[in-house]
Design a binder for this molecule. Structure first.
Ligand code: PMP
Length: 283
């Protein structure tokens, strides 16, 4: 099945999908985005993702390209036309096309693009069974990391460094030596006493939808969570480490920089939480 993209009101073959050279997303990274998982043909936490998209637009005083209901219909149609059973839908809103000038344009129409891609649940499961490695890097991002902006250069530099070092992800640390989050994931640890810890939401991190869903599941199961910052040292000396995101779900981490976590295999609690999250997605 050939891939189909949605671009400003039209469904077009993926290889011919394009936007204007003066789209403000292209020129200024003046845009926001969402990535929503699709599992068994259904969107996971669609409401949470749309709430966050609207919040990102509001924070940047950006008009919505359409109301929520029609946007949901476009999402469903993109999934249908691409025949996706398991994968992701990517949606991006920019402030639109206007002659290049920094202030907000007066009459630009916000632009909406959506694409969808397949993901293999088998490959994801294999990665979880093996665990992944992460590196730590200074967080050089701006002070509004709560907005899911397409301005991702620092995240890209962090991820590239991870790739060059053979790692899967880069966890960033702030000026106080506390971990903020991964370049595209939220970071969690279980300390030597067995306490589950993740950083509270603020302008320093993206409020992950996977993170929020997992926190709800922990409450349901009566599993205690400490919402606090943790240091690079605590990360390196943790009993278990894992990360969460819409594309990785709950992914165990088995090495941080040169430090092996536990016995170098995914921790039992991380794997249990992954199963709990998988069951939630299959509900
Ligand atoms: N932090 C950052 C910087 C991200 O880009 C992402 C991925 N969207 C996450 C955290 C995880 O968020 P979510 O669970 O909503 O995918």
């Amino acid at each position: 099945m050939s891939r189909i993209a949605y671009v400003n009101g039209q469904y077009v073959p993926h290889q011919h999908a394009c936007v204007h050279i003066e789209d403000r997303g292209y020129q200024f990274a003046d845009g926001v985005y969402e990535v929503v998982p699709i599992v068994g043909g259904k969107l996971i936490d669609e409401k949470g993702h749309l709430d966050r998209l609207w919040r990102s637009m509001n924070e940047l005083k950006m008009d919505a390209p359409m109301k929520r209901r029609p946007m949901q219909l476009v999402m469903a149609e993109v999934i249908r036309r691409n025949g996706i059973e398991n994968g992701l839908i990517y949606m991006q809103v920019t402030r639109g096309v206007a002659p290049r000038d920094h202030p907000f344009p007066k009459n630009a129409q916000p632009a909406l693009v959506m694409t969808a891609k397949r993901l293999s649940m088998e490959k994801a499961a294999q990665k979880a069974e093996k665990g992944v490695t992460v590196i730590t890097v200074p967080d050089i991002r701006w002070q509004r990391c709560d907005i899911k902006s397409v301005s991702l250069l620092p995240n890209i530099l962090a991820k590239q460094e991870a790739v060059e070092k053979g790692a899967y992800e880069a966890f960033q640390f702030d000026g106080e030596g506390n971990i903020t989050e991964g370049s595209s994931t939220n970071a969690w640890i279980i300390d030597q006493d067995g306490t589950l810890i993740t950083r509270p939401t603020s302008n320093s991190i993206l409020a992950g939808i996977t993170r929020a869903a997992l926190i709800e599941l922990l409450k349901e199961k009566g599993i205690k969570l400490e919402l606090r910052s943790f240091t690079v040292d605590e990360l390196r000396n943790a009993r278990e480490v894992f990360l969460t995101s819409s594309s990785s779900y709950v992914q165990p981490v088995v090495q941080v920089d040169d430090k092996v976590i536990g016995n170098g295999k995914p921790g039992s609690v991380s794997l249990e939480l992954r199963t709990i999250f998988k069951d939630y997605m299959d509900r």
